[in-house]
Write a protein that binds this ligand. Structure first.
Ligand SMILES: CC(C)(COP(=O)(O)OP(=O)(O)OC[C@H]1O[C@@H](n2cnc3c(N)ncnc32)[C@H](O)[C@@H]1OP(=O)(O)O)[C@@H](O)C(=O)NCCC(=O)NCCS
Length: 169
């Protein structure tokens, strides 16, 4: 199976926060950000696999900073690691300062997508070759997160989660 780099499928979306996308504090509604992240991450997963992809799990979301109405928000998604049919997508969210134009990190998230055929059956995908220091670190940690996600979903016994056991032993 072919191997690809994270940069080949990396996807970035920049958009405003409009009034109908905010909560009563005039900050971006969390569900709106989740939807933007899911869309951008699904394009990334599709570009990597060139298949139909479905969201299998949302493994981690951190809403570290509120994003005010009118902000310019950039959502960037990259494949950190591909397994047999599933792939982990890491999403970084940045907010641009109006005056300086500098971007600061607001949130991040980790989603898992599965490539499927026309009938919804999982199909094999290309592997990932990480290149940068950050890509290598995210690749190395991804198997641990996959095992944690499967254990929490009740799809793997904790006793079979070798990567997790290695942390605690
Ligand atoms: C995601 C889905 C295809 C997985 O089907 P499944 O019968 O569990 O298939 P498998 O057991 O073969 O798992 C397929 C892959 O997904 C991974 N996976 C399944 N659930 C997972 C989870 N909760 N966390 C991480 N990985 C998961 C498996 O480990 C496997 O990975 P691998 O082949 O890379 O090793 C299926 O559950 C599905 O279609 N779910 C609905 C998806 C959807 O509609 N999403 C939108 C929500 S509105």
């Amino acid at each position: 199976m072919e191997t690809k780099t994270p940069s080949e499928s990396r996807t970035t979306q920049t958009d405003l926060v409009l009034p109908n996308e905010t909560n009563p504090l005039n900050n971006m509604f969390g569900g709106e950000l989740l939807a933007r992240m899911d869309r951008v991450a699904s394009i990334t997963a599709r570009r990597h696999s060139r298949r139909i992809v479905v969201t299998a799990s949302v493994n981690h979301v951190a809403f570290n900073k509120a994003i005010p109405l009118g902000s310019v928000v950039t959502v960037e998604a990259s494949i950190s690691r591909a397994f047999k049919t599933s792939m982990e997508v890491v999403i970084d969210v940045w907010v641009e300062d109006r005056e300086s134009g500098l971007k600061s990190k607001a949130n991040d998230a980790i989603y898992t997508f599965v490539a499927v055929d026309d009938t919804g059956v999982p199909v094999p995908i290309p592997q990932i070759k990480p290149e940068t220091t950050q890509e290598i670190a995210r690749y190395d940690a991804a198997l641990r997160r996959k095992q944690l996600s499967l254990v929490l979903a009740g799809k793997m016994k904790a006793s079979d989660a070798t990567e997790l056991k290695a942390i605690f032993e």
